[in-house]
Design a protein around this ligand. Structure first.
Ligand code: SF4
Length: 141
């Protein structure tokens, strides 16, 4: 239960970061903000295909939402291939890149964006990774 709370907290920080990016893009163009939301949805679903689909605890995912999406792929849990890891890492990074040019000019939203990403990472590293039961995850200690 405690792990799930931290999992949800991490997810909320990630969502706040993305919504801050949407806001920064919206100040330039509604079309760009909508496009970024669509991009996040597609990249997020692809991430579950290449990473979460192989996770042995996707049925009880501590972040809730990715586990639900991962179950649509009907993939059996198993070790990640180098291609899986490469694509997952790439997807994870690019999801936060598009709003950066707009955020650079907005100090407060930029700070919120970076702090939320940092807190999401810290929550995972500090409270989730040490006891995570995804034995295939490369971040597992
Ligand atoms: S616990 Fe498994 S299903 Fe949930 S986010 Fe992590 S890898 Fe994906």
């Amino acid at each position: 239960m405690k792990k799930k709370i931290f999992g949800i907290v991490g997810l909320i920080f990630g969502i706040i970061a993305i919504l801050t990016g949407v806001y920064a893009l919206y100040l330039n163009s509604l079309f760009m903000a909508g496009g970024y939301l669509f991009f996040v949805a597609i990249v997020g679903v692809l991430f579950t295909r290449f990473f979460c689909a192989s996770c042995p605890i996707k049925d009880t995912c501590i972040h809730i939402l990715p586990g639900y999406i991962a179950r649509i792929w009907k993939e059996r849990p198993g070790p990640y291939t180098p291609v899986n890891l490469l694509i997952s890492g790439f997807l994870f990074v690019i999801i936060f890149l598009p709003p950066l040019p707009a955020l650079i000019r907005l100090p407060v939203p930029l700070l919120i964006f970076l702090v939320c990403i940092g807190l999401a990472a810290l929550t995972s590293i500090q409270f989730l990774c040490p006891e995570c039961e995804n034995r295939f995850c490369p971040f597992r200690r």
